[in-house]
Design a protein around this ligand. Structure first.
Ligand SMILES: [Fe+2]
Length: 244
């Protein structure tokens, strides 16, 4: 063997040694990674077992192979019916909120302070309910349209007049709008009460407050005929209840 061949053989031997060392190092790294994964897996199992014992986490259940959107109502037609009512309610509640703020700001007269505060309180309530009904609509799988342009274009409530208003004017304007809203909301509740009792239940909650607020507004403009006598409209209550 000449010297060149000797050098080549030595080089090849060195490469072989280096290759073996590299392979051994890679095996060691792989083993380390496997141990690390095993330790992580064990930690996850321990956490899941602990959570399962305490009943506090979804880790105790494996993920299902497929997660589908599921809606609580019997049919799409039922969902559409609820969604239509819910969208209208969101729009009208938003309008009611604005109407009460308009009255709250532009109010003049001797009843300024109590009415100013009452209108704010009632406006806050309608805003709170807007969120309840909007999120119910989302739960049923529909988006909500709460844009100002949509409120202006689709609300069933008449617009409030601009400019200053007397205390008496604000009462009559709000009673008028809230009465329209009350009738529409009773109608919505009846429409969904068998197909979507959860939404109907929220309408019941809302109507409790609407009836209450309407009574509180009407109190300011009632003129009883005298001590112990019926109020002027009491005789018409039977007719009013039928909505005719
Ligand atoms: Fe204010």
């Amino acid at each position: 063997m000449n010297s060149l061949k000797q050098i080549a053989a030595i080089g090849a031997a060195m490469l072989a040694v280096a290759g073996t060392a590299h392979a051994q190092s890679q095996q060691a790294q792989d083993k380390q990674a496997d141990q690390y994964d095993a330790a992580l897996g064990q930690q996850a199992k321990t956490r899941a077992a602990k959570a399962a014992g305490q009943g506090i986490s979804n880790e105790k259940f494996p993920n299902p192979p497929r997660i589908e959107d599921s809606y609580p109502l019997a049919s799409d037609a039922d969902r559409q019916k609820s969604s239509k009512d819910l969208q209208q309610t969101v729009v009208d509640l938003s309008a009611l909120f604005n109407d009460h703020k308009q009255a709250h700001w532009n109010l003049n007269g001797p009843l300024y302070l109590p009415l100013h505060e009452l209108y704010q309180e009632q406006a806050d309530l309608y805003r709170k309910y807007t969120d309840v009904f909007a999120e119910r609509e989302m739960s049923l799988g529909y988006s909500v349209d709460g844009r100002y342009r949509t409120i202006a274009a689709t609300s069933t409530l008449p617009d409030m007049p601009g400019g200053y208003l007397t205390d008496n004017e604000t009462l009559k304007l709000l009673i008028d709008r809230l009465t329209i809203f009350q009738k529409k909301t009773y109608q919505s509740m009846r429409e969904v009460e068998s197909s979507d009792p959860v939404t109907a239940n929220k309408y019941q909650d809302l109507l409790y407050d609407v009836d209450h607020n309407l009574w509180q507004l009407r109190i300011h403009v009632k003129q009883p005929g005298g001590l112990g006598q019926d109020l002027p409209w009491a005789a018409q209550q039977g007719r009013d209840r039928t909505g005719k």
